[in-house]
Ligand binder design. Structure first.
Ligand SMILES: NC(=O)c1ccc[n+]([C@@H]2O[C@H](COP(=O)([O-])OP(=O)(O)OC[C@H]3O[C@@H](n4cnc5c(N)ncnc54)[C@H](O)[C@@H]3O)[C@@H](O)[C@H]2O)c1
Length: 429
């Protein structure tokens, strides 16, 4: 296994939303060469332009402020970045803040259509192709065939088992999950590292070293290593349980004659889905349906969007039509029945109850063995307090809420688990 300091060349397979973001942080980590591999030159050119634009935005505080202002709904954390301080912290980068320009950084970026050429001198590679198991298995077979034997192979999958992805690779011991939690890696602190059944410790150790080196503009990079794999790891596993209820909430609204436009007018936004990619959301739900519970089957609404090719920002349309200023919205006044529906069905404690239950399941399954650590993962990934700190003192009340929503939605997956009902989680650190 190659040592962290000897990792010189990085390859990123898939130059879409995540591949572009990962290649950006890899370039800023100072690697000698970063190669993106994708299916055709048009995609690769688009990826190159995205990265260049994002790196240029770091050239000065003025450019950075302008760049950030394009993201109207940008979080407070993004607005409050101390640009000068952050640039000086980017020691590993040794770049922009220290007088190196975008052009020289971009000269380290290569693009390639032929995977056998793109990975043949990579020391570390990370796969970020679409969230489809067969595709990832095919790619990993090629990766183990064409990359040098010492190369560490990572997948940025959001949900899929690393054991399954590594199945046809010739070196499953060197395959890890390295999941960047946000669609914009430089703005997200959290990276989840996951072993497959055959992954060896040395692979995880090197993965940790590499992950911690990726620069992050908001706070310090936070890489967490899971005890074992689980669909959706920690953060997405909890998010998916919440989305099960959220999806019911939307379908039920429509059944009651409340349109998505009405919900939007009342402050419920669908922008996040367009950023993530509606196809990624669909594929994730499918994976959960097949591997966790049939309750997770994608909704007709999501299925229809995918069929219509409305995949989100990456194609310029999804829930919204997008132009260079953002999503085009034509809001309508909020009707009383919409407000009432939201007040009755969108209470924060419902989502807290679901998150606490899922956190307890992760303890039960041994994916994580500390409530504090799980809370930290949620805080670093979402900027919100975790479910244990928020819910532990009123867990009995939250159990009752879960019983109620199971009755209301018919989603049996939301039943409180033993660990939550018994309060046994309180004995964990
Ligand atoms: N979008 C998110 O918010 C997000 C966050 C974390 C992780 N992820 C995960 O990252 C991965 C990529 O997601 P994305 O949002 O970047 O998707 P995307 O659709 O934006 O990009 C996928 C890219 O893979 C390319 N591709 C497909 N088959 C290929 C092949 N055989 N060889 C090379 N390239 C190929 C496609 O052309 C496309 O450019 C998925 O596993 C997803 O679950 C996504």
């Amino acid at each position: 296994m190659v040592k962290g300091d000897n990792v010189k060349n990085v390859a990123v397979i898939g130059g879409g939303i995540m591949g572009s973001g990962i290649a950006q942080v890899a370039l800023l980590s100072g690697y000698e060469k970063v190669t993106i591999i994708d299916l055709n030159t048009e995609i690769l050119e688009k990826s190159r332009q995205t990265i260049e634009y994002r790196i240029e935005s770091l050239e000065s505080e003025e450019k950075f402020k302008k760049f950030i202002s394009r993201y109207e709904n940008t979080s407070e954390a993004r607005q409050n970045i101390d640009f000068k301080q952050k640039m000086n912290e980017f020691k590993s980068v040794g770049v922009i803040a220290h007088g190196v320009d975008t052009e020289s950084i971009m000269s380290r970026l290569k693009t390639e259509i032929d995977i056998s050429k793109g990975v043949n001198d990579a020391d570390f590679l990370i796969e970020a192709v679409s969230e489809v198991l067969d595709l990832k298995q095919k790619v990993f077979k090629q990766l183990s065939k064409y990359s040098p034997p010492h190369t560490l192979l990572a997948s940025n999958t959001s949900t899929i088992s690393i054991t399954k992805i590594a199945k046809f690779s010739e070196r499953p011991e060197k395959v890890i999950g390295m999941h960047f939690h946000t669609f914009f890696p430089i703005f997200g602190m959290l990276i989840e590292l996951t072993p497959g059944e055959k992954t060896i410790d040395k692979s995880l150790k090197l993965g940790y070293e590499i992950a911690q080196k990726f620069p992050c503009l908001i706070g310090d990079r936070f890489t967490v290593q899971l005890e074992k794999e689980s669909p959706g790891f920690i953060a997405n596993r909890i998010a998916m349980a919440g989305s099960l209820y959220y999806s019911w909430f939307l379908e039920e609204a429509i059944k009651n004659g409340i349109t998505l436009k009405q919900l939007e007018a009342a402050g419920i936004s669908f922008e996040g889905a367009d950023h993530i990619g509606v196809d990624t959301i669909y594929n994730t739900a499918k994976y959960f349906e097949e591997n966790v519970s049939p309750d997770f089957a994608p909704s007709k609404r999501v299925e229809d969007l995918v069929k219509a090719g409305r995949l989100g920002i990456k194609v310029g349309k999804g829930y919204y039509e997008w132009n260079e200023n953002g999503p085009i919205k034509d809001l309508e006044p909020v009707e009383e029945k919409t407000t009432k529906y939201i007040q009755e069905n969108f209470k924060p404690d419902i989502f807290l109850a679901i998150s606490l239950n899922e956190g307890c399941r992760l303890l039960e399954e041994g994916v994580v063995n500390s409530c504090e650590l799980l809370d930290k993962v949620i805080l670093k990934g979402t900027f919100m307090q975790g479910p244990f700190v928020r819910g532990k003192d009123k867990y009995k009340e939250l159990v009752a809420i879960l019983d109620e929503i199971v009755k209301k939605t018919g989603k049996l997956y939301l039943k409180p688990c033993e660990m939550m009902k018994s309060g046994k989680f309180l004995s964990y650190k």
